[in-house]
Design a protein around this ligand. Sequence first.
Ligand code: PLP
Ligand code: COI
Length: 357
Amino acid sequence: MEISLKLLPESERRHAVMDGMDSLPFGQLRCDHMFVMEYEKGQWINPRIEPYANFSIPPGAIALHYGQAIFEGAKAFRHADGEIYTFRFNKNAERLNRSADILCMPHVPEDMQMEGLMRLLDIERKWCPTIPESSLYIRPFLFATEDTLGVKPSGKHIFCIMLSPSGPYYAGGFNKTVTLLITEQFHRATPGGTGAAKAAGNYAASLRAQEFAHSKGAAQVLYLDATNTYLEEVGAMNHFHVLRDGSLIIPEFTDTILQSITSESVLEMLPNARQERIKLTDFVAMVQSGEIVEAGGFGTAAVITPVGRYITDAGESYEVGDGSIGPVTRALYERYTGIQKGTLPDTHGWLQKVPHF
Ligand code: PLP
Ligand code: COI
């Protein structure tokens, strides 16, 4: 693929804004450039890297009316050798195309996603932060641009990769536990729907539940399945819990749960991690009896977020263990982030070094 480059002169690049910062917000800062290409008449055209700037799209673009839009989230890290490494981006590229199938969008060939990203990261090296708990967050996204008000799959799309040097998703980072709200009032996904896709509309639909959780003093909703029987996931994370015997349980992937790359990695790392369909009534009983000793969420942006307490609409409150971060969660966090940062060996081959083009 021939990627054309329209780059800012060095004097206009803004990475020095990070100088002297000792923490970074999540998703606020923008790198100087982005990777973009268009899809028209059945093919991808005009792949390029250009300054981060507004798009020009028609007001009738399908994404704006009917939400035909998907995205991904991945990370890159600067290691002690000064080089930049991406973490399992091939899995994100694959998942983008699974989401594309669910939303009737064209695939973005995985090698094009990878090459566009690597070229962009090579140009934006200086934006990759070294501040603790920070990384260069990678946001690929695909949205429908055909100008029509008919409800149908778009024939035109834009694929873009933007970058944002970021700190932890939840302010306070790993060292702060969060509270989750168990509610039957809101659902994230239904069987036969788009829950297994990283579809923009899933997140729009989750805002009301998130606001409700905030109003009750919780960070997010613990979503149940549509029958209010089984645990599903959290706003932007899979859910996990740890039993007294040290085993770690993640809800089974169904078509109402996003297949988390963090969860998949944990399942590969820990021999005593497994997936189950988890009944809410069993879960609550096990938290109350002390059989469940730790719990949390898995996701790229939020990494491993420990949960200290569950509350319900009815005002019940269940502390997990003693409400603090448990040893299994802590050890897993240290191991997982150690591999990402290059301080522990990458025995699974999850890291890919950004080439110098
Ligand atoms: N579930 C949802 C709904 C998400 O948005 C995310 C975030 O990407 C995850 C789970 C975690 O997935 P991953 O670990 O691949 O980031
Ligand atoms: C991620 O974890 O990368 C996500 O995409 C979550 C996002 C909604 C902030």
